[in-house]
Design a protein around this ligand. Structure first.
Ligand code: FE
Ligand code: FE
Ligand code: FE
Ligand code: ZN
Length: 164
């Protein structure tokens, strides 16, 4: 818990640390999800989003450095829960096709959570005139949107196979 929460800057700092924790957790979880995926496009989507996620972690470190704050110190419990759900689902005895559909469902929950987090962070950065931070957070937000859209596209094939 932070010692002060008096201004929008304090809240912005808290939000950045929460996002940093979320990305750190996702860096550990995505390889497992990629390994569990059967559809080659889905596997590749997870692997390429893992690389993006590592870049996002670096971008958040840069943002924090510019603002003279520590990136660590928070635990994103929402991401912990979302990953926990994905992990218990991955233990189910599902056919490969249904497992792929389930992986997409869990991954899109994660992307949507990140989209809302970075959307808020961008809005705060704009209000606070942190223009360099706003640019970097906006770049991450775009990556999260495209990751989500890619999953929607892949789900069309995957869901049709799972139906059969
Ligand atoms: Fe991310
Ligand atoms: Fe969080
Ligand atoms: Fe749930
Ligand atoms: Zn993401």
């Amino acid at each position: 818990m932070s010692d002060k929460m008096k201004t929008l800057d304090d809240l912005f700092e808290h939000q950045l640390q929460d996002l940093y924790s979320a990305e750190e957790q996702l860096i550990k979880a995505l390889p497992e999800m990629a390994a569990k995926a059967s559809n080659p496009k889905l596997k590749k989507a997870f692997e390429s989003h893992l690389e993006e996620t590592k870049e996002q972690k670096r971008l958040l470190e840069e943002v924090c450095k510019e603002l003279d704050i520590k990136p660590s110190g928070e635990k994103c419990k929402a991401m912990e829960g979302l990953i926990q759900e994905a992990k218990s689902m991955m233990k189910e005895k599902a056919s490969p096709e249904v497992m792929d559909a389930a992986l997409i469902a869990d991954a899109q929950r994660i992307e949507h959570y990140e989209i809302s987090g970075y959307g808020t962070a961008c809005t705060f950065a704009k209000q606070l005139d942190h223009s360099e931070a706003k640019k970097k957070l906006g770049k991450i937000l775009e990556q999260e949107y495209s990751a989500d859209e890619k999953l929607t596209k892949i789900s069309e094939t995957v869901n049709a196979k799972a139906e059969a």
